[in-house]
Design a protein. Structure first.
Length: 270
């Protein structure tokens, strides 16, 4: 059978299918590792993720304050995602692909997934909250830009536009995870992180962690933003982040590798 025919038939002997199989194995393996972490490891890794993404927020605010350009500031924010990749921190929205793939492949349980999500989310927020306190007091001249950034989110009504922005925010981060798993090149992974950072921050997509840090910074700086307003915004944003990442990216990827999923499920059942 020709190489082209193997690809069309979905035969795993074809180069394209071999790449998919290798990528699937890496995703399930990494997802299983995350699901089986201890609570202490989950919290520490998530806390570091909050610290590291806050560095990107600091770069974002510096550029936005000087240029008043969200697009340029979005490029600067990519520093935070690069820091997370190189320092091995973890964001809550990074766990919408690999751990779910592991659960579907029976390499983990829904309870482990819930523990991973909750622990990482809380630790991200705590680490980010702390660094944003430092940033707000280190750079008091950023009060205005922090206030404007925070109000952009907390004042947004729950309408179709806000929902779409949150769905895109979740799918963008999950796609970043998929892209980084699809290559062994550190350069390519860093480029992917910078690109995702540009889209998230430059286009002001709704992202439960990134934008929470901006709101925390505004609160610390003394802007007229409250934790109640943050919670009201955060509640629907995190929900639609999950829908964007799980439905638009993860579910479609699992359908694409249906045969591999079934094979892995059978192997783990045995």
């Amino acid at each position: 059978m020709s190489e082209e025919a193997r690809r069309n038939d979905g035969d795993n002997e074809g180069p394209l299918e071999e790449e998919l199989e290798e990528s699937f194995d890496a995703v399930v393996s990494e997802g299983g590792e995350r699901l089986h972490r201890t609570v202490r490891t989950v919290l520490i890794t998530g806390f570091f993720g909050g610290l590291e993404v806050a560095l990107g927020v600091m770069a974002y605010l510096a550029v936005l304050d000087e240029t008043d350009s969200h697009l340029l500031a979005g490029l600067a924010f990519g520093i935070g995602l690069v820091a997370i990749y190189l320092a091995h921190g973890e964001l809550f929205t990074e766990d919408f692909l690999m751990p779910i793939a592991a659960v579907v492949a029976r390499n983990g349980t829904p309870l482990q997934l819930a523990r991973l999500w909750l622990g990482t989310l809380l630790a991200n927020l705590l680490g980010g909250w702390f660094v944003m306190w430092l940033i707000a007091h280190a750079f008091p001249q950023w009060l205005e830009v922090l206030s404007e950034s925070a109000h952009h989110f907390v004042d947004a009504p729950l309408n179709l536009q806000s929902i779409c922005l949150a769905v895109l925010g979740g799918s963008t981060m999950t796609l970043l995870t998929r892209m980084q798993q699809g290559t062994t090149s550190d350069v390519a992974r860093i480029i992917a992180a910078m690109a995702a950072g540009f889209l998230l921050a430059g286009l002001q997509l709704f992202h439960s962690i990134l934008d929470s840090l901006l709101i925390f910074g505004a609160i610390h700086a003394g802007a007229d933003v409250s934790y109640v307003a943050w919670i009201e915004w955060f509640g629907y944003t995190v929900l639609f982040n999950i829908i964007g990442g799980v439905v638009l990216v993860t579910a479609l990827r699992l359908v694409r590798t249906k045969e591999l999923v079934e094979s892995e499920r059978d192997r783990n059942s045995d």
